[in-house]
Design a protein around this ligand. Sequence first.
Ligand code: AMP
Length: 523
Amino acid sequence: MTKFSDLKLDPVVLSAIADAGYETPTPIQAGAIPHALEGRDVLGIAQTGTGKTASFVLPMITLLGRGRARARMPRSLVLCPTRELAAQVAENFDTYAKYTKLTKALLIGGVSFGEQDKLIDRGVDVLIATPGRLLDHFERGKLLLTGVSIMVVDEADRMLDMGFIPDIERIFQLTPAATRQTLFFSATMAPEIERITKAFLKNPARIEVARQATASETIEQRLYSIQPTRRDQSAKQKREVLRALIQSEGADCTNAIIFCNRKTEVDVLAKSLKAHGFNASPIHGDLDQSQRTRTLDGFRDGTIQFLIASDVAARGLDIPAVSHVFNFDVPSHAEDYIHRIGRTGRAGLKGKAFTIATPADEKYLGAITGLLKMPIPVGTLPEGFGFSEASQQPPRERDEKPSRGAPSRSRGGASRSRGGERPAPKPLPEPIETAEPSSAVVDVPEAPAPRAPRPDHTARTEPRTEKRTEPRNAPRPERERRESGGTVRGMGDHVPDFILRSFRTAAQAAKDGEPEPDEGSDA
Ligand code: AMP
């Protein structure tokens, strides 16, 4: 088995690795590092969680060990799709470069230009950036990319999803093609990604680590399919199911990431959970950077127990011990299911991933079970669970603004939950949306729903690509506004094709059962 000491890394890098407690390189590290150290381009097909960050940071530190940074001309560049991922790469860099004198700057949105300008002016060895903010600095004349000898593109598939490919192409063109070494990482190779790599990589060493098409065996997956009694109360009834599941897990649920498909739902759910006495905080791209950082830090150090997240905000985040993942919404892209549940059960720890589904999710579940090549085992709702009386009435304003101490109104009828008569569930911490026994909770049969193929990346991206290209020439404030949340709050950059053709309100889209994917969190 390859050891780090076999990899011809700088001894100071080896010392830092030893301090971090890593003994053996992961497959992507063992595959990519030797080629990178030889100066070859690398095409790494690997997902987050495989150790891919170190597979480019370690050789970069070694290669940059000689030479000095010049003002406004960074020697290397790492592009990340989101601020959080960029910050995570910067942390990795600090860890592995601690015995060197290399300097770095992190260029992400939500942080003032002034401090970033100062760092660039002094000269940095490593520039870690999101594409939007990097181009903003470039356009302000503060940055020259002609000194970049190593360029890394991290999570290229997510860049594609977020419409950053035109920015990436432009950045490639601003760096010196003849002398640049490129390390390019993507979890999947969509045709558009293939095209970029053909255009900008020179005879790359292709390292593909086993695709995580099957979920880790340390993750216990469960599917809770419910039949909402009212379509307009579906979200409320899902929240009741979620709370009941959390409560039934008791002390086993030390912390959890709860995924929603829409930013608006992230906010609503976080507020609702807080109102019910849960220690929950939202994270998505409409929140300002300092708030997102505080929330993540709080979740990492245990002061926040429940992180309510959108896919983009949580993608690639390295949070070592998460006991549970809840899919409040079934993800509309099957691969997101794998990414989401992969937040738990890491590093050999046990984890649980619970998914709440309604009949509207059937086609997404079909795609997920197709990817997993197995059905998600069906879970049984906690004994005695039933929808509250309130959730079976037409929605009222009060439903979203829980009032304290409101008496619960039961139908007084017998529970028609699966399994027959059951005792009333134990009261929730703040019984606003009461959970009294009712009918309508059913488990779906184990047979997988018909498989729906994942939409072609290229087709899905076209409108976003146009959307991104156009504002790049727009005045900076306009572009920042779009990149940090889009023209319509809550819609984001991941605007599906149908919305670009004919815009409808989020409420109408939700009513029609359309997902509102999350935004890019760059800028
Ligand atoms: P990444 O895929 O870069 O997000 O890394 C996932 C996690 O693996 C991070 O917590 C890293 O610190 C950790 N890691 C990276 N390389 C190794 C290694 N060789 N041995 C053990 N853990 C590692």
